[in-house]
Write a protein that binds this ligand. Structure first.
Ligand code: NAD
Length: 425
């Protein structure tokens, strides 16, 4: 499959919205570039005694609304363009859901599945050390992303705290609850994806109950989205991971699948492949299934100009960041398929990360119900605002998709701040 540069995709999306909303050229220019990209080299002593050096990044895209915020990804595909694109999406996501954060993203070019636990910990601690000068609870707050989890967040928090000489839980979000994490954070992104699916369907007069859903990726986002949608009464007929997928048109037993893949472990113990009462399918086949809703929740560049005209789902809800290319978006829009964009659909994670950061700074922690309520209230409000933006533009004679509407709303929030704060010096 042809891989489009994610930075190019992110910029095309931004430019389309900037054009339609007639954004002032100076703000458009400022928002087209990251404020800072830090590249580090991370030496790690491997179990064999050999020292290997890994490439790492932290991109701080924009800080007009507050401290930079964004996850850290461990993957062999990490490079500067990917990190910059992801940091740009974080910028617009935080602004869209109205949390006082700018956007950032970090990553290390490594396949963490090939490292021992000790190697993973040494890599994380050394990477943290390399970025200590540019992060901080009022500067830049990392979080988990692909192949990073709450244990890795604990090592980041511990390393940073040792350097500062005091405990600083607010340096990172997505931590275990007993070291300052928020109840509900682990499930938050998946919960947000499920709420977005239910609410968008509702806006089109449809009920989530009985709807058929296929989910690509059964990691943090995909698995929790599957479970919560299953609890809402939807029928999850297919899921996949990097090794392939499974399909049962009558619906998969999601609680049993969670147990099969995870048990008590925070990371998958095995692939979804081999799960009972389901047949094997490939990731590509999953994307083309005849379902009501398709949820890409793995990586970028999955729905492209090569397969967009073969997609049969009526709704695509982006759990992953950047799963749909710019060209694919145009094809889907012409075909009347509703694409709920990443910056909206997967924003549950950053909303609860914000709540975690607030709790850490107060030193006072909420019950899960309170966290979930705050998440739901914020998300439902933003979904309505995006829908209203589509209608507002329609009245002006301009048909726009959900992504463009979400960008317009988000860019306007940042632009408003630039207009008032001005530009230094
Ligand atoms: P994860 O590491 O927990 O899970 C990733 C899943 O994708 C796994 O099931 C993995 O096997 C699968 N996968 C990886 N490469 C694949 C490939 N080439 N083809 C098919 N499947 C593949 O990661 P996650 O945290 O669930 O993140 C998934 C997506 O959601 C990413 O795009 C991430 O940026 C985005 N996201 C995550 C969060 C969060 O809070 N974790 C928040 C917002 C957005």
């Amino acid at each position: 499959m042809k891989k489009q540069n994610p930075r190019e995709v992110a910029l095309q999306q931004f430019n389309r919205a900037a054009e339609i909303m007639e954004l002032e050229p100076w703000i458009r220019n400022v928002l087209s570039y990251p404020e800072r990209v830090v590249k580090v080299h991370v030496p790690v002593k491997m179990d064999s005694g050999e020292v290997r050096v890994f490439e790492g990044y932290r991109c701080q895209y924009n800080s007009a609304l507050g401290p930079y915020k964004g996850g850290i990804r461990y993957s062999p595909d990490v490079d500067e363009d990917e990190v910059v694109a992801l940091a740009q999406w974080m910028t617009f996501k935080c602004a869209l859901v109205d949390v006082p954060f700018g956007g950032a993203k970090g990553g290390v070019k490594v396949d963490p599945r090939k490292l021992s636990k000790g190697e993973l910990e040494r890599l994380t601690r050394r990477y943290t050390y390399e970025i200590v000068p540019v992060i901080g609870p009022s500067i830049d707050i990392p979080a988990p992303d692909v192949y990073t989890n709450d244990e890795i967040m604990s090592w980041i928090m511990d390393t940073y705290s040792i350097f500062k000489g005091y405990n600083e839980p607010a340096i990172v979000t997505g931590k275990p609850i007993y070291i300052g994490g928020s109840k509900g954070r682990k499930e938050a992104t998946g919960r947000g994806v499920a709420i977005s699916t239910r609410e968008v369907l509702k806006l089109y007069g449809e009920d989530i109950k009985g709807k058929t859903i296929a989910i690509q990726g059964f990691g943090n986002v995909g698995s929790h989205a599957a479970l919560i949608l299953h609890e809402m009464g939807a029928r999850i007929v297919a899921v996949s991971d990097v090794e392939g997928g499974i399909y049962n048109p009558d619906g998969l037993d999601i609680p049993a699948l969670m147990e099969y893949v995870y048990g008590d472990s925070p990371t998958p113990r095995r692939s979804v492949k081999g799960f009972k009462r389901a047949r094997s399918i490939t990731n590509e086949e999953l994307l083309l299934l005849n379902v009501d809703v398709l949820i890409p929740a793995a990586i970028e560049n999955q729905i492209t100009e090569e397969n967009a005209d073969k997609i049969r789902a009526r709704y695509i809800v982006e759990g992953a960041n950047g799963p749909t290319t710019f060209e694919a978006d145009e094809i889907l829009f012409k075909r009347g398929i509703v694409v709920v964009p990443d910056i909206l659909a997967n924003s549950g994670g950053v909303i609860v990360s914000y709540l975690e950061w607030v709790q850490d700074r107060m030193g006072y922690y909420w019950e899960e119900e309170e966290v979930n309520e705050k998440l739901e209230k914020k998300l439902v409000k933003v979904i309505q605002e995006v829908f209203d933006t589509i209608r507002k533009y329609r009245e002006k004679g301009k048909e726009i998709d959900w992504r463009t509407a979400a960008y317009i709303l988000s860019i306007e929030r940042i632009a408003k701040v630039y207009r008032k704060r001005g530009l230094f010096p």
